[in-house]
Design a protein around this ligand. Structure first.
Ligand code: FES
Length: 165
């Protein structure tokens, strides 16, 4: 058996457990998609088809939900998802230079949102609800307030060291 097949079977086992946990009914769709998004950082297409069959929904319905909500992504994202707030408070306190500093630091070019090594995704979001700390970024679940372009270097350094780079 190839390694790829083993990984796929593990994913199917995991998904079967998730579906069983939430009940194999159409109302389980969003919680199941949330778990898949959390595990993979995106919704792999082949899993959407599997979920549709398991929940007795059409693939079009599952795809429609997956593309409707901003919390879901159909494209692979990096291990570290960096969100730069560009709400009003953050914008006036320099979110754009922060965004540019991050993209430069992780070497994102050509309008790409995810680095080629799959480590970082960088995106902008509207207000993160921490305006008093503007400008604000989040990296996965961690919030960083009053960031500066200089602080970005230190933050990314720590993450890269954690990854043995
Ligand atoms: S505007 Fe950035 S946290 Fe509110």
């Amino acid at each position: 058996m190839s390694r790829t097949a083993e990984v796929d079977l593990n994913v199917v086992d995991w998904l079967n457990n998730v579906i069983a946990e939430h009940g194999s009914t159409p109302s389980a769709l969003i919680p199941v998609l949330q778990e898949v998004q959390k595990k993979h950082n995106y919704l792999p297409e082949e899993l959407l088809t599997y979920i549709a069959t398991a929940l007795n929904l059409s693939p079009a319905t599952v795809y429609g939900v997956a593309t409707f909500y901003a919390q879901f992504s159909l494209d692979p994202k990096g291990k570290y998802i960096i969100k730069v707030c560009d709400g009003t408070a953050c914008h006036v306190r320099g979110s754009l230079p922060i965004y540019e500093a991050i993209r430069k630091r992780v070497k994102l070019v050509d309008g790409k949102a995810t680095t080629d090594d799959g480590l970082f995704s960088v995106e902008t979001v509207s207000c993160l609800g921490a305006c008093g700390l503007a400008p604000v970024i989040t990296i996965n679940d961690q919030v960083y307030g009053q960031v500066t372009p200089e602080a970005i270097d230190l933050i990314i350094d720590v993450l890269e060291k954690r990854e043995g780079m």
